[in-house]
Design a protein around this ligand. Structure first.
Ligand SMILES: NC(=O)c1ccc[n+]([C@@H]2O[C@H](COP(=O)([O-])OP(=O)(O)OC[C@H]3O[C@@H](n4cnc5c(N)ncnc54)[C@H](OP(=O)(O)O)[C@@H]3O)[C@@H](O)[C@H]2O)c1
Length: 356
């Protein structure tokens, strides 16, 4: 069987480059088109992109021309699915347009995450949420649809909370974050602002973490929408001078009594039903470390195996019980588990479920 031709929207940006890396030699998908703004359109990818991902630019995209977003170009290349790394405002227009034209859109942008008929999908966590797309008007018409992945901070948090919710129930979540610079795209935060500094504010981030976590961990109703998880989330998000990897401290109120051993076993035993055999699914979605000084961005960002799932595992450490509350730290790779890798995994899951 031939590979499915796909396109990257926002291919020249931070997440777009990670898509190019993640789709290199993918067993099911091949990059057939690269798209960005009018600023980049007409240029050759290898000439105009300031490559910012570790390792060399993949050979398969180096000589490709960058196009503006155009369904006709996508059709001429046989593209059926697009990976979107567009800013939210242009995603709002272009993703809807492409879904209307019959394309499957796998989006990193926030534009449609809170739409009642659009899932924020993490296949290990909420596989049933993919059914939301059956309610999208475009799916009933042209067949196109939009599936989003969560904000890069929310993803690691939701993965770590899922086995705790299943085994103990969740009452409250207080999360404080130490977020990498790459989460702000390229060139991102000015060096004069972040050098020798921590910035205790990322626009709209606290709110995104609060509402997206509850949607992801909610349940699909008979009306084909999501009833959010019935627990409180309070998020305090900071930017720190780290290149990749969002570190988070979590204090959770659980629904029943627990001990640290039971929490460790729930976390490390979590596998994520339904992802077996997907090329980008990590064998262990959560890796629990016992060392007192882990996880760290530099040491744990790339956790995950097999090789294609590098960076897809969430690392948890410093698990401790304080009275009725649980405290732990987690780390996840923001541009992989929180962006490009997450979208590619969503597309693999959609294919497995017959949506692609
Ligand atoms: N960075 C992360 O860790 C992360 C994680 C999760 C989600 N996200 C989300 O992913 C999206 C991309 O983030 P990023 O960090 O990659 O941003 P970025 O580095 O600023 O890249 C933005 C990309 O979008 C293109 N673009 C901008 N306006 C456009 C338009 N009107 N039409 C077509 N293309 C346009 C840019 O093309 P030009 O080069 O031609 O301007 C560039 O390729 C955002 O929605 C962001 O919130 C980011």
């Amino acid at each position: 069987m031939g590979k499915i031709p796909v396109a990257i929207l926002g291919a020249t940006g931070m997440v777009g480059q990670w898509f190019a890396r993640y789709l290199e030699d993918h067993p099911w998908f091949e990059v057939a088109a690269l798209m960005a703004s009018e600023r980049s359109a007409g240029g050759v990818y290898g000439d105009i992109v300031k490559w910012n991902v570790d390792g060399d630019m993949p050979g398969e995209v180096r000589g490709m021309k960058v196009h503006p977003i155009d369904p006709a170009v996508l059709r001429s290349r046989g593209v059926r699915a697009v990976f979107s790394a567009l800013p939210a405002d242009s995603a709002f227009v272009s993703e809807r347009l492409l879904a209307e034209k019959g394309f499957a859109v796998f989006s990193n942008a926030s534009a449609y995450r809170m739409d009642p008929k659009t899932p924020i999908l993490i296949p290990e966590v909420n596989p049933s949420h993919i059914s939301l797309i059956d309610g999208q008007a475009t799916r009933k018409g042209s067949g196109g649809y939009i599936i989003t992945n969560a904000n890069c901070t929310t993803t690691g948090l939701a993965v770590a909370l899922k086995p705790l919710q299943d085994r103990f129930g969740l009452r409250s979540v207080v999360v404080s974050t130490y977020q990498a610079l790459s989460g702000a795209g390229y060139p991102g935060v000015p060096s004069m602002d972040i050098s020798a500094n921590v910035i205790p504010y990322i626009p709209n981030e606290d709110e995104k973490v609060e509402r997206e976590t509850r949607k992801i961990l909610g349940t699909v109703t008979a009306r084909g929408t999501v009833r959010p998880g019935q627990f409180e989330v309070i998020a305090s998000c900071c930017r720190v001078a780290v290149r990749y990897g969002h570190l988070e401290t979590v204090v959770a109120g659980l629904g029943k009594d627990f001990d640290e051993k039971g929490v460790r076993s729930a976390l490390s035993g979590f596998r994520g039903a339904g992802c077996a055999g997907l090329p980008t699914a990590p064998e262990r979605p959560i890796i629990v470390r016992d060392e007192p000084d882990r996880p760290q961005p530099r040491l744990d960002c790339d956790a995950g195996s097999p090789a294609r799932a590098r960076g897809m595992s969430v690392t948890v450490g410093r698990v401790k019980k304080f009275g009725g509350k649980l405290r732990f730290y987690l780390l996840s790779h923001n541009t992989v588990r929180g962006a490009a890798g997450a979208s590619v995994l969503n597309a693999e899951f959609a294919k497995k479920r017959g949506y692609l």
